[in-house]
Ligand binder design. Structure first.
Ligand code: AMP
Ligand code: ZN
Ligand code: FE
Ligand code: FE
Length: 282
């Protein structure tokens, strides 16, 4: 049984439509796939319907933009109710921050001599309600300023880079609370990827688990090397937390993140489903 719990469609910054992504999941031999677009539930209806057609179980997910002490933390939520008012309000605030950040980033890029217009970026955003840096990266590629998304991030857009602009994100402890309040399960994505170990050292992960009731974290992710995975697994075992493995697939938007390149242990997924079957704890 092959389970991949973290993927992105064109509804955020992936390149496949939700139904197309689920079709590819079936072709890749996956039994279960979670669609976890950034800060939006919009692709889930289409993905679930496609899953019923092709015989893949689609888990309803999102990847919520959170922060800890001003640093970005990504929180995966499974089974959260899209109609929960408190969560929906915060997600609207996050998406507004994404939209509002665009022009300041474009001003910085202009100053750096690699200008692109708002219209050039919006051509890649399309109908997505969740404007992301990868869309800006795509415009930079199309304008010939960089070769690919990776170069756009490395030279301009990465956190702390010359064209980086801060945007609103939800304090991660509050994010966990919101997800639980909406009946969902909260799992930190790539906790030690891309320099995040500094933001989420073992004592902070322990606090999020014991005090804030975080359900789990990703261990098998392409941003974690083998040594990092081993350390995280040891920590997770000692804390008795759910540990997942996922691709973080973005279609052609991210190389080396193919569907099913990492998977989640069926026993872990069974426990996740069991928790989802229970009413949220007070
Ligand atoms: P944003 O949602 O606008 O904060 O952009 C974050 C997204 O950009 C992540 O979900 C990744 O998909 C992508 N990303 C972040 N860092 C990099 C990087 N160094 N290279 C390529 N893509 C990246
Ligand atoms: Zn993404
Ligand atoms: Fe992420
Ligand atoms: Fe992701």
């Amino acid at each position: 049984m092959l389970i991949d719990l973290h993927t992105h469609s064109v509804v955020s910054d992936g390149t496949d439509a939700p139904a197309q992504l689920v079709g590819k999941a079936a072709q890749a031999g996956l039994d279960v796939v979670a669609l976890t677009d950034h800060d939006t539930f919009d692709g889930l209806t289409e993905a679930v319907a496609a899953g019923e057609r092709v015989g893949v179980q689609v888990v309803r997910g999102i990847e919520l933009s959170c922060s800890r002490s001003g640093n970005s933390v990504h929180l995966l939520a499974y089974g959260a109710d899209p109609s929960n008012a408190a969560l929906a309000t915060e997600m609207t605030r996050v998406r507004s921050g994404r939209t509002g950040r665009l022009l300041p980033v474009l001003e910085k890029l202009e100053e750096l001599g690699v200008g692109v217009s708002e219209a050039q970026v919006m051509a890649f955003v399309g109908d997505s309600p969740s404007v992301g840096r990868p869309h800006i990266a795509d415009a930079l590629v199309a304008a010939g300023h960089v070769r690919d998304r990776t170069e756009a991030f490395d030279r301009f857009l990465a956190d702390g880079g010359p064209a980086h602009v801060h945007r609103y994100a939800i304090d991660v402890a509050r994010g966990i609370e919101l997800v639980h309040g909406a009946g969902g399960i909260a799992v930190i994505a790539h906790p030690w990827g891309r320099g995040r170990r500094r933001v989420l050292p073992p004592e902070v992960l322990e606090e999020l688990i014991t005090v804030d009731r975080l359900d789990g974290f990703e261990v098998d992710h392409q941003d974690h090397d083998d040594a990092t995975r081993a350390e995280l697994r040891q920590l997770g075992n000692s804390l008795g937390v759910l540990m997942t493995g996922s691709s973080d697939y973005h279609g052609t938007g991210k190389t080396n993140h193919e569907l099913g390149c990492n998977t989640t242990d069926p026993a872990v997924f069974a426990e996740l489903e069991r928790r989802l079957g229970q009413p949220p704890s007070p």
